[in-house]
Design a protein around this ligand. Structure first.
Ligand code: AMP
Length: 277
């Protein structure tokens, strides 16, 4: 695996691949890699000639400075894991190279998606996500882009970005959420959980399963309320428990339903979701 640290060297390197007409799979991450990330790399490895992973903790998508400051960094282990998965290139830029000084940050039209659920509780977050993904896609221009369903609303936002910008030939592959044995969705932020917090964290998945099992029996508002209460009693501060249409994240329409939860244990904010039908 080669490690490339600047936009200029990445562009120069990728030119040599285009000449060879290779199919490119791209996995953007913020590092602190776990099996969830590695499942994306594995799929990319199977479906492409060439696999590129990026690690960049993107400051513009953090609405909370403490979250940014405490975001885990495990670069040496990440490199080892990527080599083991057969990743070809790790793009590891720094902030000054990505956001050249003095250059204006782009603004993206995301409509309602920007202001509901994650967008409501993390103002500016999805603009930041679009800023970095736009820059990375412009550089890498992969055939396939690998994303995790764990960040369901983010996948919808990136789909919209791809439609709006000049990326229509990039195929998005949304991969299933990889979980710990007890159901907790793998997340880099899980590394910050103490033993006691880690025990509590399983209640998010348990609440999603409760919603899934009772969806046909209990009215939606009651399910949301019951799950919220359960999480609060387990020590969470709950941002939302929301059962919505899976295509729009708005009111149910009986086609496809998703339950999404965002809740914090102390200052560690976790999100998860489950398709209900
Ligand atoms: P992050 O490093 O958190 O920005 O995540 C990079 C990519 O990995 C995103 O597309 C995430 O949705 C995906 N991802 C994170 N956690 C998981 C997981 N548990 N299972 C599958 N994909 C995941």
């Amino acid at each position: 695996m080669i490690i490339i640290k600047t936009k200029t060297s990445l562009t120069a390197y990728l030119k040599t691949l285009i000449i060879k007409n290779l199919k490119l799979g791209f996995v953007p991450t913020m590092g602190a890699l776990h099996q969830g990330h590695l499942s994306l790399i594995k799929s990319a490895r199977l479906e492409n000639d060439y696999v590129i992973c990026s690690i960049f903790i993107n400051p513009t998508q953090f609405n909370n400075q403490s979250d940014f400051k405490h975001y885990p960094v495990t670069l040496e282990k990440d490199i080892e894991k990527l080599i083991n998965e057969g990743c070809d290139v790790l793009f590891l830029p720094n902030e000054n190279d990505i956001y050249s000084q003095g250059s204006l940050l782009k603004k993206f039209v995301l409509d309602d998606l920007e202001h509901i659920l994650e967008g409501f509780y993390r103002p500016g977050h999805f603009q930041g996500v679009c800023q970095i993904v736009d820059i990375l896609l412009d550089l890498v221009h992969p055939d396939n882009l690998y994303l995790g369903q764990k960040d369901y609303q983010q996948c919808m936002v990136i789909k919209r970005l791809i439609q709006q910008q000049n990326f229509k030939d990039i195929t998005i592959k949304i991969m299933p959420t990889i979980r710990e044995k007890d159901g907790l969705a793998m997340s880099s932020r899980n590394m910050r959980l103490s033993h006691a917090q880690r025990e509590k964290a399983t209640h998010i998945y348990k609440s999603l399963i409760y919603i899934q099992q009772n969806f046909k029996k209990i009215p939606k508002q009651d399910l949301e309320q019951n799950a919220k209460q359960h999480l609060e009693m387990s020590g969470f501060k709950v941002d939302y428990v929301s059962i919505v249409d899976a295509q729009t994240l708005q009111n149910l329409n009986n086609k496809s339903t998703i339950a999404l939860i965002a809740a914090s244990i102390d200052d560690i904010r976790l999100i998860d979701n489950l398709i209900i039908n």
